[in-house]
Ligand binder design. Structure first.
Ligand SMILES: Nc1ncnc2c1ncn2[C@@H]1O[C@H](COP(=O)(O)OP(=O)(O)OP(=O)(O)O)[C@@H](O)[C@H]1O
Length: 254
């Protein structure tokens, strides 16, 4: 995957969440989360169903509006910014289920990823996608719904990368895929990270995400119950309980 990240992206703090709260009516899905991600860093979030992981990604993508707290992208507050401008700020989300438009062709799906761009190098970037993913090139005129699950995941990642993100977020990228396909997806994510793009991954498959991530967070009931390097988290005595969502008496911070 050689679509380049935005050349204006620079080192330093890329994402900063402060006291983030997300409510849906009476449900507090996220209950005060702090998180900082540096440029080029990969962070994994794991945790049981209903922990608030998807809500967190949705808020950073500008889809879910926070009830309290702040989100900054490269120092710029996200509050009040239109959804399309969040993408222009360099944030891309590959949602759970991939959000591929099955009746549109592969090419039409890819073009959707380029809508926020105003530069002239879109055709060259699409050519690069086809060089990196020959199957997408071979099937460019076919409905995307005819692709396999793994191919659709590749298409979703390629489409997100065509917006030239500084931060690529993925919600359950390995869900429903065979292990050899998951290998390919993670190879691609490693390449993307190698280009300096920050990654924020939500994964059921903690082992996969931890192998890639610099840092990890275990989320449960709307808060981070453990944070640290993947190695620190894996050997933490509370990891299994936190990961599987069992009530914890003394889960501290690693
Ligand atoms: N649009 C919504 N309206 C109402 N409640 C919601 C909405 N989205 C999520 N929730 C609730 O918020 C809580 C957190 O959900 P969220 O999907 O963020 O968690 P998750 O950790 O991603 O879980 P999963 O792995 O099951 O997707 C859950 O109780 C969920 O039912």
């Amino acid at each position: 995957m050689t679509v380049r990240s935005d050349p204006t992206s620079q080192g330093g703090r890329l994402v900063e969440l402060g006291g983030l709260v997300i409510r849906y009516g009476a449900i507090a899905a996220v209950q005060g989360v702090d998180l900082a991600i540096d440029a080029g860093e990969a962070v994994a979030i794991v945790g049981p169903n209903g922990a608030g992981k998807t809500s967190l990604l949705s808020a950073i993508a500008g889809v879910a509006r926070p009830s309290a707290g702040s989100i900054r992208i490269a120092g710029k507050p996200l509050a009040g910014i239109a959804l399309s401008d969040v993408v222009r700020e360099g944030v891309a989300l590959v949602p759970e289920g991939r959000n591929i438009f099955g009746s549109l062709t592969v090419m039409e799906n890819l073009r959707l990823g380029t809508t926020p761009r105003r530069d002239a190098s879109v055709p060259a970037d699409i050519d690069r996608v086809f060089a990196d993913f020959p199957i997408l090139g071979e099937r460019r005129d076919q409905p995307a719904g005819q692709l396999s699950g793994g191919e659709q995941q590749m298409l979703a990642i390629a489409r997100a990368m065509l917006s030239r993100p500084r931060l690529l977020m993925l919600d359950e990228p390995s869900l429903g895929l065979a292990p050899n396909i998951v290998d390919k997806v993670y190879d691609i994510l490693r390449q993307i990270r190698g280009q300096g793009v920050s990654l924020l991954l939500v994964e059921q498959n903690a082992a996969r995400a931890f192998a890639l991530a610099d840092r990890a967070c275990v989320m449960s009931r709307g808060v981070f119950t453990l944070t640290g390097t993947p190695a620190e988290i894996e050997r933490h005595e509370a990891f299994d309980a936190a990961y599987f969502g069992v009530a914890m008496a003394k889960a501290g911070t690693a």
